[in-house]
Design a protein around this ligand. Structure first.
Ligand code: ATP
Ligand code: MG
Length: 214
């Protein structure tokens, strides 16, 4: 993966398989390519060479509209910096993917409220992202990623803004929720000690896999 104007490859010779229902944890120093890998998997950054295949679908073989539809349906993405919609309350943010997929608003909000409860967001869920703490926004971003029960959940440092107790809670929660829906989870994190025991670990250094599947 080569970014325009970048001096070197952000990802190089990366070959990975994430079987359905598996948990993969991506670790590595800042700048090693973790977010780039997730963006490639999410259909948001086309690799300069190579393919990303989901089931039988080569996702960069799809046109932009098809890929956007695939992403909405298939992927739940927790961005490194939450990226909530600022005008919407946390519960409306969580409900958003379901509404975009055509669910009735009442049903979408019901799901959002149940996730908000699990994520300990009940008091904050009627507030907008600018009116809540970083940790609350991050938990709402986790809720939004899970709302539509996506087949694949990609989470980029979903606990970066959380204290230790909340960090353990959110990682446990993500792992549990993903397991109860049999989703595939790929998560970037800096704290390896909070990882679920059954996770496959992939360590990146300078865009290459130096530990884990290849
Ligand atoms: N849009 C871009 N244009 C040019 N270079 C980029 C772009 N995005 C990332 N890079 C470069 O690609 C490399 C990998 O970046 P990436 O964001 O994937 O790292 P990361 O492992 O997620 O780091 P961090 O832990 O700080 O989030 C870095 O050298 C970065 O500077
Ligand atoms: Mg990153």
């Amino acid at each position: 993966m080569q970014f325009p104007h970048a001096g070197r490859l952000a990802l190089d010779d990366v070959s990975l398989a994430m079987p359905p229902g598996s948990v993969t944890v991506v670790v590595g120093a800042s700048g090693s390519g973790k977010s780039t890998l997730l963006m490639c998997l999410a259909g948001l950054a086309q690799p300069t060479r190579g393919r990303v295949v989901h089931g039988t679908v080569d996702i960069y073989g799809l046109n932009d509209r098809q890929r956007a539809a695939w992403r909405l349906r298939t992927i739940g993405l927790v961005f490194q910096n939450s990226e909530l919609v600022p005008e919407l309350t946390l519960r409306d943010n969580i409900a958003l993917p379901l509404e975009l997929l055509g669910a009735r608003r009442r049903d979408a909000l019901k799901r959002a409220d149940s996730l908000a409860e699990i994520l300990d967001l009940k008091d904050a869920s009627r507030r907008r992202p600018s009116e809540v703490s970083g940790g609350q926004a991050q938990r709402a971003a986790v809720g939004r990623a899970l709302a539509h029960r996506p087949e694949v959940v990609l989470a980029d440092e979903p606990t970066g803004a959380l204290d230790t107790a909340n960090r353990h809670a959110v990682i446990g929660l993500l792992d549990n929720l993903v397991r109860s829906e049999s989703s595939t989870l790929v998560m970037v994190t800096h704290d390896e000690h909070t990882l679920p025991g059954h996770a496959q670990i992939v360590r990146l250094a300078d865009g290459r896999i130096v530990e884990g599947a290849s």
